[in-house]
Design a protein around this ligand. Structure first.
Ligand SMILES: NC(=O)c1ccc[n+]([C@@H]2O[C@H](COP(=O)([O-])OP(=O)(O)OC[C@H]3O[C@@H](n4cnc5c(N)ncnc54)[C@H](O)[C@@H]3O)[C@@H](O)[C@H]2O)c1
Length: 258
């Protein structure tokens, strides 16, 4: 049966691959992105987030079978905290009532193997407290201290923890909505292009994200995993951070984490 799915970051990389797959299968996709999407909105700030939710609700008629938060940025500034955490959470929270009206609703986010890397604890804590001003202040201090890479890892670690907290609440589990994350390793998309173009960054990336199984993934690999998570067959998996990373996570964390 055709479903209606909202996908943020639908204009590029993983989100674009997922939107294409869903459309090819006959689903209606409401893409949300900065440009070239059914809903053009900037998820970095409150106004854009509210508009994204309102316009998606309008286009869907108030009922959604799935929501996937793919939009993200990886730069070493405070922006990942705004987009990857607060943008994703605002979208999911705002669209959750529309999911609750569907017969077999599903939600997913795109995390990252980076969520297992060192983080800035103050950023993660403020994110989970829902205090964006404090999170941005802490992220700004990390950038000034030369630890700008931690804004990305912190945004993804916080997002993973938010998924695990929210998934079992009455609003999500109680409404029959599985909520999970796919955490990729390195994926060949426009986001990762600069890492391949710079020899020093390439070396750091390979050390930080070792991928013994089949190397770097294509966007379609991650999209397939997301597609399963939001399909009606996923009736009982929730709160899981699924590493689709060529073995990076077991390499880095070892056998004691499961
Ligand atoms: N590419 C990788 O190696 C990799 C690895 C791990 C996780 N991820 C995550 O996967 C997700 C998708 O990344 P990708 O590789 O497809 O990147 P991408 O750059 O190809 O696509 C990201 C999309 O998000 C959109 N976006 C960015 N900021 C936005 C904003 N403020 N408001 C609305 N839309 C915005 C962009 O316009 C773009 O279309 C991201 O959350 C990213 O953190 C990527």
């Amino acid at each position: 049966m055709a479903r209606t799915i909202a996908v943020s970051g639908s204009g590029s990389g993983i989100g674009k691959a997922l939107a294409g797959m869903l459309r090819d299968a006959g689903d209606t996709v409401i893409g949300i992105d900065l440009r070239d999407a059914e809903v053009c909105a900037d998820l970095a700030g409150p106004e854009g987030r509210s508009r994204a939710v309102a316009e998606t609700l309008d286009l869907s008629g108030g009922t959604l079978d799935g929501v996937v938060a793919c939009a993200g940025v990886s730069e070493f500034t405070v922006l990942p905290v705004k987009v990857n955490y607060f943008g994703a959470v605002a979208l999911l929270d705002g669209l959750r009532p529309a999911l609750a009206r569907a017969g077999a609703p599903r939600a997913a986010v795109v995390g990252s193997i980076s969520g297992t890397h060192p983080v800035d604890d103050a950023v993660v804590r403020a994110c989970l407290d829902g205090d964006e001003a404090a999170a941005l202040e802490a992220a700004g201090k990390a950038v000034e201290a030369g630890a700008g890479n931690r804004t990305y890892s912190s945004s993804k670690a916080a997002l993973a923890q938010w998924v695990r907290c929210a998934c079992v609440t009455p609003e999500w589990a109680g409404e029959g909505i599985p909520l999970n994350a796919i955490a990729p390793g390195v994926v060949r998309t426009p986001m990762s292009e600069p890492l391949f173009a710079d020899e020093a960054m390439f070396k750091v990336m390979n050390e930080a994200v070792p991928m013994p199984l089949n190397g770097y993934a294509g966007a379609g690999v991650i999209a397939e995993a997301l597609r399963w998570l939001i399909s009606p067959v996923n009736t009982h998996m929730t709160g899981q951070i699924i590493y689709v990373d060529g073995g990076a996570e077991p390499t880095l964390r070892g056998p004691g984490v499961f």
